[in-house]
Design a protein around this ligand. Structure first.
Ligand code: ADP
Ligand code: MG
Length: 403
């Protein structure tokens, strides 16, 4: 059904090339969540890259250079987004010394020296304004410090940036890392040979970037469950006054289109029938459950209510493949986390093939203690939704192919 996945499965993996004595550049995704003091709160993304890094060490690469972004700097240095905050954790996880590189061109000779097995970690690539613009100059400069380019940054593979896309045009050998291949394999199982019904559960707050994807997934799924701030936009589209809730007025029309398309494609839609509302997020005094039509003046919907949990639970139970992206409410705050945790458990308990994607959603699943009970935890949120759309992700597009 989905040939985009086959196209991606056909790229060469790091196993298909000889890296002995080569300068290997690996685009990893170390965009980890950090607290206000720059302590890493979840290092899953770093751990996910270890297999590829260890493979390079075991196969005697001349040098290994790691490149990633962290957070959302505006194309210039910002201390809080420095990769120095990641260096120590990486050293601990690899049991190796990591050399930090502020200016990769100045370190060119070091990287080529090949005397010892050396691992370099480059400073945040998004400190370069050319990264997000996919600037060919930056791509070329990056390409000049390696013989083999390995893309293992699945979480960023839906972006056409210099280090995830452009660079591949200027390197002779470009392959996918183990994480990339593992992710594609997991989604292929869910989408290429799916056991139906396929249910997509979407929530969270990144409304504008996710809602447009929903229009194009209708032909692939049987049920669509929507919660979180995303559902506020849909409830608004149905004519309900969502008061102070987080939703996006500019996308209410898109929500209407999604509703119509669901109907045309016979996709069953499930929206909240009741919501948890509060007078304030930081200092809640009045918190209660009301029908989705009855949000009080000045209040905001911050979680799905118990009737909705029951409704979603029943829809989930009758599914054979479930893909989840986006929490059902503000799960970071205890009082508003029940809906998300109950849905996490409902999906985990289901005898289905279950995939969860998205940084916050994976974190919520972890906090619910259900990580082990999902078939697959994806490191990509946006990337996994684009797979569902039937796209070949740019991060795979320019890599070498087996045929
Ligand atoms: P992911 O990181 O899994 O892709 P998002 O980043 O899209 O998910 O959304 C996660 C965020 O959505 C969380 O910080 C959560 O607090 C927020 N959120 C969910 N529901 C609501 C809501 N009803 N109102 C405000 N924020 C919400
Ligand atoms: Mg998020």
């Amino acid at each position: 059904m989905t040939s985009n996945l086959q196209t991606m499965k056909d790229v060469k993996s790091i196993r298909d090339t000889d890296i002995t004595g080569k300068r290997v550049l690996i685009r990893v995704d170390f965009n980890v969540p950090m607290d206000a003091n720059q302590n890493i709160s979840d290092d899953r993304r770093i751990r996910s890259a270890l297999q590829t890094i260890n493979y390079c060490i075991d196969n005697n690469a001349c040098s290994i250079t790691l490149i990633t972004h962290l957070g959302r700097p505006k194309g210039a240095y910002e201390e809080r987004f420095s990769l120095r905050h990641v260096q120590k954790r990486l050293e601990r996880l690899l049991h190796k010394r990591i050399e930090f590189v502020e200016d990769f061109e100045a370190a060119k000779d070091e990287i080529a020296a090949c005397s010892l097995e050396r691992i370099f970690l480059l400073e945040n690539i998004r400190f370069h304004p050319g990264e997000k613009k996919n600037d060919p100059e930056l791509s070329k400069r990056l390409a000049s410090i390696c013989d083999v380019y390995v893309n293992d940054a699945f979480g960023t593979s839906h972006r056409k940036h210099a280090s995830t896309y452009g660079i591949a045009e200027h390197v002779d050998v470009k392959v996918a890392g183990f994480l990339m291949m593992k992710e594609i394999e997991a989604f292929s199982k869910a989408l290429e040979t799916p056991t139906r019904p396929i249910t997509l559960v979407v929530g969270g707050a990144k409304i504008s970037s996710k809602i447009t994807l929903l229009e194009s997934v209708m032909t692939k799924i049987d049920k669509l469950i929507i919660g979180g701030a995303m559902s506020n936009t849909f409830l608004r589209a149905m004519g309900y006054d969502m008061q102070a809730s987080l939703f996006e007025e500019e996308y209410v029309e898109t929500a209407r289109k999604v509703l119509k398309q669901a109907q045309q494609n016979k996709v069953k839609m499930y929206l909240p029938v009741d919501v948890v509302i509060t007078d304030s997020i930081e200092h809640p005094i009045d918190v209660r459950v009301v029908p989705a039509q009855d949000v009080f003046e000045g209040f905001q919907a911050v979680d799905i209510g118990p009737a909705t949990v029951k409704l979603f639970h029943e829809a989930i139970e009758l599914s054979n493949t479930i893909i989840w992206n986006g929490p059902m409410g503000i799960y970071e705050i205890d009082r508003f986390s029940k809906g998300t945790y109950k849905i996490a458990t409902a999906i985990a308990d289901c005898y289905a093939y279950t995939i969860v994607g998205g940084g916050d959603t994976a974190d919520a699943v972890d906090k619910a203690g259900e990580t082990e009970n999902f078939s697959f935890i994806s490191t990509g949120g946006g990337a996994s939704l684009e797979l569902l759309e039937g796209k070949v992700l740019p991060g795979f597009e320019l890599l070498d192919r087996n045929k």
